[in-house]
Design a protein around this ligand. Structure first.
Ligand code: ZN
Ligand code: ZN
Length: 123
């Protein structure tokens, strides 16, 4: 599996990321498709350089299949198709409590503000 690493100055490199163990509450996904959204374009133009660091894998809107599950994951299994929801809301602020978690005051983005851990939501 390869990924796009942001190197700064409108430069990306395509490389295989280092293997990481699957933590107990996490899953490993084989990415099938990854979108390039407006946020990724902001990264490309360098306007988010203070928020993210160089050498980060960019791309947070993806789908794929589960490759491996952590020991605490009981409701998903290898082979399950998944779509990643990259928004991590606090669940406590007024926006979250009124059903508007997409405008949470503490909203973070998987892949921009964090590498991994986020709440799984079921619809
Ligand atoms: Zn996006
Ligand atoms: Zn919130």
């Amino acid at each position: 599996m390869k990924a796009a690493f942001y190197r700064g100055n409108k430069t990306f490199t395509i490389e295989a990321p280092p293997e990481q163990p699957v933590n107990a509450d996490d899953v490993k996904i084989e990415v099938a498709y990854c979108g390039i959204c407006g946020t990724d374009m902001h990264v490309y133009h360098g306007v988010m350089d203070e928020r993210i660091t160089h050498n980060r894998v960019i791309g947070h809107e993806m789908s794929g299949r589960i490759l491996e599950v952590g020991t605490n994951v009981n409701d998903l299994k290898a082979g399950d198709p998944v779509v990643v929801r990259p928004l991590v809301a606090c669940g406590e602020c007024a926006a979250c409590k009124n059903g508007y978690s997409h405008v949470c005051k503490q909203l973070t983005f998987l892949g921009l503000d964090s590498h991994g851990a986020f709440k799984r939501l079921h619809y």
